[in-house]
Design a protein around this ligand. Structure first.
Ligand code: NAD
Length: 361
């Protein structure tokens, strides 16, 4: 099959790391007989400089036409003091909105070779951590109305509203059951149904959906307990689905316990293609252009692009396996290295993953 991927390198290390992911996707094409066509467009600070806007219309048009979008990162000190309307991050928010991306997927995996990077006790890490947090991205308390600060009876009152319609819950719920069905078949829905009416509806709708997915084992957990269980015994989780604010917090918690920011990929998905695939980390301006960044989070985002963006599950798994194998052989970028002799640059790390994928590693 032929696929078009729109690449948005962005700022800082963005170009370094997306170059490596593109290289890996070329290798996927070669190995599995797919044709990948790449188009490259501007986003973020560089787009402000060149086109006067962090998300030029031309970029939106190119993304909309593509089968998938691969993003590096945006931002940097150069644009820190530009007026609010023209901040690099507006490019990110804008593209997510333009593509109707309502679900954010963030896996948290502990690689046995990097177990010492985790903040958890070794006996907990040994149980294994391989979970996925699926966060609703466009609803809930961040967008619900009424919102704002008002004066009531002589004092200021801040208001935000957690609002979910059953359709909003149903579409993220369906995605969660589908994903759990393709993994280990366990879905944990996280809410605060002991306190919040909106959570009671969330729980009800998710439970209704479960009838359509008998092969998936559904459980419910209150968010405060989920926050504890993630550090106490993360091995119990396969897929976690939750609303926007709970997901914001839990996905960062889940990511942090792995300890390796350079290894964390993400995917944002809508009802149809294209999805957006990007590393969790930022533009690391301190490393830009030095061939020193860790490209693995972006390469693993390319793996998610295959699996969740194009339905190429075997190809996605092959990329993940190649990353495991390269780490297993002791290769490290500087951020992960404990021994200077094993350090490789960004580009070399990309080459190692390609070679492994093509059986030349
Ligand atoms: P950051 O993630 O860019 O960097 C935090 C630390 O992690 C730095 O020490 C950096 O060198 C290191 N790091 C990050 N990615 C790395 C990689 N791939 N390999 C090796 N080391 C890596 O976060 P920050 O310093 O808070 O922000 C820098 C800029 O990035 C800011 O302008 C911020 O607004 C922006 N940012 C963008 C995104 C995004 O595009 N999604 C996300 C977060 C921050």
């Amino acid at each position: 099959m032929d696929y078009t991927v729109c690449v948005l390198p962005g700022d800082g290390i963005g170009p370094d790391i997306t170059d490596q992911a593109v290289k890996v996707l070329h290798a996927v094409g070669q190995k599995f007989g797919h044709g990948f066509t790449f188009t490259e467009h501007m986003i973020g600070g560089g787009a402000i400089d060149a086109a006067g806007h962090p998300l030029p219309q031309e970029t939106i048009d190119a993304c909309t036409k593509a089968d998938a979008v691969l993003l590096g990162a945006v931002g940097g000190p150069k644009w820190d003091d530009v007026q609010h309307k023209l901040r690099p991050e507006q490019g990110l928010l804008g593209i997510r909105k333009a593509l109707g991306l309502f679900a954010n997927l963030r896996p948290a995996v502990i690689y046995p070779e990097l177990a010492q990077a985790s903040y958890l006790r070794p006996d907990i890490v040994r149980q294994g951590i391989d979970l996925m947090v699926l966060r609703e991205l466009t609803g809930g308390i961040y967008f619900g109305r009424p919102q704002g600060v008002r004066t009531h009876e002589g004092q200021r009152v801040g208001i935000n509203s957690m609002v979910y319609s059953e359709e909003e819950i149903r579409r993220i719920g369906r995605m969660a059951f589908e994903i759990a069905g393709k993994r280990r078949g366990r879905l944990c829905s996280v809410d605060k149904a002991n306190v919040l009416d909106v959570s009671r509806l969330w729980r009800e709708v998710i439970a209704e959906l479960a009838r359509d997915y008998p092969q998936v084992e559904l459980s419910h957990m209150y968010v405060d307990n989920a926050a504890m269980q993630l550090v106490r015994d993360p091995s119990q989780f396969d897929v976690i689905v939750t609303g926007n604010m709970f997901g914001d917090i839990l996905s960062d918690e889940a990511a942090t316990i792995t300890g390796s920011i350079g290894l964390l990929p993400s995917a944002s998905l809508g009802q149809s293609r294209p999805g957006l695939f990007e590393p969790v980390h930022g533009s690391a301006p301190d490393l830009a252009g030095q061939d020193a960044a860790n490209p693995l989070a972006t390469i693993l985002s390319a793996a998610m692009l295959c699996t969740y963006g194009l339905g190429l599950e075997t190809e996605g798994r092959a990329v993940e396996d190649a990353v495991h194998a390269v780490l297993g052989r002791g290769h490290r970028t500087a951020d992960l290295a404990t021994d200077r002799s094993e350090i490789v640059g960004c580009s070399r790390m990309g080459d190692l993953v390609c070679d492994q994928l093509l059986g030349q590693g």
